[in-house]
Write a protein that binds this ligand. Structure first.
Ligand SMILES: [Zn+2]
Length: 269
């Protein structure tokens, strides 16, 4: 077979020469792929307005004839959802861009990830329809993204002594960013990772209230169809946000441009 067709979300688009684009898509059936769209700047017919960031398309591609290692060629796109409401809202655009960068940075090329694709498409659709607040959706996306990627934070019980969250006497529990798990006070005292200057914990960590951890656990494990029922208090929202937006960059191991932009927006507006 010399080509394929799949549903795809546009992650990144770079101009190449005078007429072409190099485009990275998250696809339903092939994972993340990078393709070349030749003459895309002129060919309005073949790429009917479908080359916008995080737009959902049906794409058709073919493999290069001579050099199998060369870039896959994008031959046609059909726009399925342009997520117009996201584009007209600066905050929504910032969230969607952050989610797209996460997929872009995290995924290897052509590693098939249907669950991650579904989560991304679901979250964009919900963001576009405003069925859930963007802040809650952002928490949901982040925690599920990490779970699917095999980095599910362990927040139901202390990993060391297995004490359930409900049985931990303190109101706030230490979350270890490096290990991605909570640690109760008595285990914290025993651990070799005693913090510096009396910070009292693993070197990379933060305190989070049990109520927030329970809500995060719920959005990570409940049926997505019930996601619109989730309510977070402003306090739990702020805590959940601080936890997830520390945890993810820590594991990605680099600063994220889109997260920086999102935080600037939060400060200024
Ligand atoms: Zn413990």
């Amino acid at each position: 077979m010399s080509g394929f067709s799949t549903q795809a979300i546009l992650l990144r688009k770079i101009e190449y020469g005078d007429h072409d684009y190099i485009i990275t898509f998250m696809t339903q059936t092939l994972g993340k792929i990078t393709v070349i769209a030749k003459n895309a700047k002129k060919s309005v017919k073949r790429f009917s307005g479908a080359l916008d960031l995080f737009s959902l398309n049906r794409i058709q591609c073919r493999y290069p004839k001579k050099n199998r290692d060369g870039l896959i060629i994008l031959t046609q796109t059909e726009l399925e959802n342009g997520f117009v409401n996201i584009r007209y809202d600066l905050f929504k655009t910032a969230y969607a861009s952050y989610w797209a960068e996460l997929v872009y940075l995290w995924l290897e090329e052509e590693k098939v990830q249907p669950a991650l694709y579904d989560l991304f498409a679901f979250s964009l659709d919900m963001l576009n329809r405003s069925d859930i607040s963007p802040q809650v959706l952002n928490l949901l996306y982040q925690i599920r993204f990490m779970s699917i990627s095999g980095f599910s934070p362990s927040i139901e019980s202390c990993e060391s002594c297995k004490t359930h969250l409900d049985a931990i006497p303190q109101k706030n529990v230490r979350f270890d960013l490096k290990e991605g798990k909570i640690i109760c006070e008595s285990c914290l005292k025993k651990t070799a990772f005693q913090g510096q200057a009396g910070s009292g914990g693993p070197r990379h960590g933060l305190y989070v209230s049990k109520g927030t951890l329970k809500q995060l656990f719920w959005i990570n494990n409940s049926d997505l169809k019930r996601a619109d029922r989730i309510k977070f208090s402003p306090f739990a929202m702020a805590e959940g946000q601080a936890l997830m937006e520390s945890f993810i960059p820590f594991h990605i191991g680099r600063e994220m441009r889109t997260l920086k932009f999102l935080n600037r927006l939060r400060r200024e507006i």
